[in-house]
Design a protein around this ligand. Structure first.
Ligand code: CP
Length: 311
């Protein structure tokens, strides 16, 4: 286990080595008691987190805010381009420079890939990518890994099915990259042909020893997996709504399919119809726990980056 976390910014999970991931997961488990008991620590007293959300969010924004408040810090920010002066024509660069003046770290969500990286190049405070278009969502991946480790006890040796919109789903891009850092993991990529994992991500997988297989049907793999990681079809990223309507509802997980299986069901959420409500009160449902795990994991991220990089 490393004693120092190397990264100043969290832009892509591809910047992580296994020991960086383990550092954050370890810190998160130390902070879990505070998060679970709704307590407060004074680790970031007087610090301010800037939340620049150009694209909608429930979990990511609110859990970052909760994490900062549990560490006794404060938050500023906006929840859409329309509620900032970007709507008057101010540039992203100028907006970021303003936030740099007011905050100790920035969390950015934007519909365009690369915006967080661009901002990290022009400000001195730590920058966290909270989702950039169909690119990456690295802090979601950290809480996904935390959940898998907590629920199953290990990540090495697992068989994990990534299901749904693998083309536009940034969470599955980041998670695939991260799983390459663990031993003897097999990934099943389950999607309709139109929503296959992008070639760029497959090339990343090919550069490692990870085993993966593209499949069309959940039924072909459900008896062989430890984790079903289900994702939403990303309606907002389709150029033609008819293409979305043809694919919508392609994969729906229900209680009957899961009966007798030894696996957990995860989802980064929001869900639309891809996990039936009858799964919610079964032992398979780990998606709400996964969302709650965002708080200790994001506490660990904020504590680490802000303490390591004082203004
Ligand atoms: N998982 C996730 O990123 O959810 P939000 O879009 O609600 O932040």
């Amino acid at each position: 286990m490393i004693k120092i976390f190397r990264l100043k910014n969290i832009i892509s999970i591809k910047d992580f080595e296994r020991e960086d991931i383990e550092y954050i997961l370890d810190e998160a488990s130390k902070l879990e008691d505070i998060a679970q008991s709704r307590d407060i620590s004074e680790e970031l007293k007087g610090k301010i987190l800037g939340l620049m959300f150009f694209e909608p969010s429930t979990r990511t924004r609110i859990s970052f805010e909760t994490a900062m408040k549990r560490l006794s810090g404060g938050c500023i920010g906006f929840t859409s381009s329309g509620s900032s002066s970007v709507s008057k024509g101010e540039s992203i660069a100028d907006t970021a420079k303003m936030f740099e003046g007011y905050s100790d770290a920035l969390v950015i969500r934007h519909e365009l890939e690369g915006v967080s990286k661009f901002i990290s190049d022009i400000v001195d405070v730590p920058v966290i990518n909270a989702g950039d278009g169909a690119g990456q969502h690295p802090t979601q991946t950290l809480l996904d890994l935390y959940t898998i480790k907590k629920e199953i006890g290990q990540i090495d040796g697992l068989k994990i099915a990534l299901i749904g919109d693998l083309k536009f789903g940034r969470t599955v891009h980041s998670l695939s990259n991260a799983l390459c850092l663990f031993d003897n993991v097999k990934i099943y990529l389950v999607s309709p042909p139109e929503l296959r994992m992008p070639q760029e991500v497959l090339h990343d997988l090919d550069k490692t020893s990870i085993e993966y297989e593209e499949v069309d049907n959940i039924e072909d793999i459900i008896d062989d997996v430890n984790v079903l990681y289900v994702t939403r079809i990303q309606k907002e990223r389709f150029a033609d709504i008819n293409d979305y309507l043809q694919i919508k509802g392609a994969y729906i997980i229900n209680r009957k399919m899961l009966e007798g299986k030894d696996l957990i069901v995860m989802h980064p959420l929001p869900r639309i119809d891809e996990i039936d409500g009858d799964v919610d009160d079964t032992k398979y449902n780990k998606y709400f726990t996964q969302a709650a795990n965002a708080v200790p994991v994001r506490m660990a991220i904020l504590k680490t980056l802000i303490k390591n990089n004082p203004k």
